[in-house]
Design a protein around this ligand. Structure first.
Ligand code: TDO
Length: 182
């Protein structure tokens, strides 16, 4: 597995080693020992999630607050998404930085988003199956979010805004300055 640092402290993009033969392929999608050695992070994952989305579906930007913050290791099982992490940790040296990367079932890349960062993705393929591990449990009361088109970040979501499919909850999220104390 290759681990690449990103512009966000503690956020990594991993490229697993894929073994191909006449039967198909094999790769380790998570190996705790290698993960810890290569990243220095020691998340203890307690929840796995999977979602299915049609082209244009944008989920995010989401996070959980306080003691319910979640680190996430995300990947695409089928299809392609643009995956985005935003550093909203006020005490971080990379506060306000954005990392976006294409994750697909072809490139098999994964992104590790540390606790305290916001996360979202948009589906670029006809459909996408998305899977992620979390190091803390879902807690509805602690959910937080930032509107996907926040002018501070000006994230290029690749698709035209009229082609985006967004939940009612996500359409009315606050801007960064309101969502996070500065
Ligand atoms: C996230 C989550 C949702 N749910 C429920 C709540 C709701 O009824 C339904 C759909 O929830 P949402 O609309 O919040 O799902 P979604 O918009 O896919 O939320 C996810 O977005 C991505 C970007 C993330 O980073 C995740 O952490 C999570 O916030 O599933 C759980 O039961 N457990 C969970 O862990």
């Amino acid at each position: 597995m290759k681990v690449n640092k990103t512009e966000i402290e503690g956020c990594f993009i991993m490229e697993p080693t894929v073994f191909e033969d006449k039967r198909g392929y094999f790769f380790e999608s998570f190996n705790q020992e290698k993960f810890e050695t290569l990243t220095g992070a020691k998340p203890f994952f307690v929840q796995d999630n999977e979602s299915f989305s049609s082209k244009g579906v944008l989920r995010g930007l989401h996070f959980q607050k306080g003691e319910h913050a979640q680190a996430k290791l995300v990947r695409v099982l089928d299809g392609e998404v643009l995956d985005v992490a935003v550093d909203i940790r006020p005490n971080s040296k990379t506060f306000g930085k954005v990392v976006s990367t294409l994750l697909s079932s072809n490139n098999k890349k994964q992104m590790f988003i540390p606790r305290g960062c916001a996360h979202g993705f948009v589906t670029l393929s006809d459909t996408a199956k998305f899977s992620y591990k979390c190091d803390n449990f879902y807690n509805a009361a602690s959910e937080g979010g930032i509107i996907y088109n926040d002018p501070t970040f000006n994230i290029d979501w690749i698709l035209e805004s009229e082609d985006l499919i967004i939940s009612e909850k996500d359409k009315f999220l606050p801007v960064f300055k309101e969502a996070v104390p500065h």
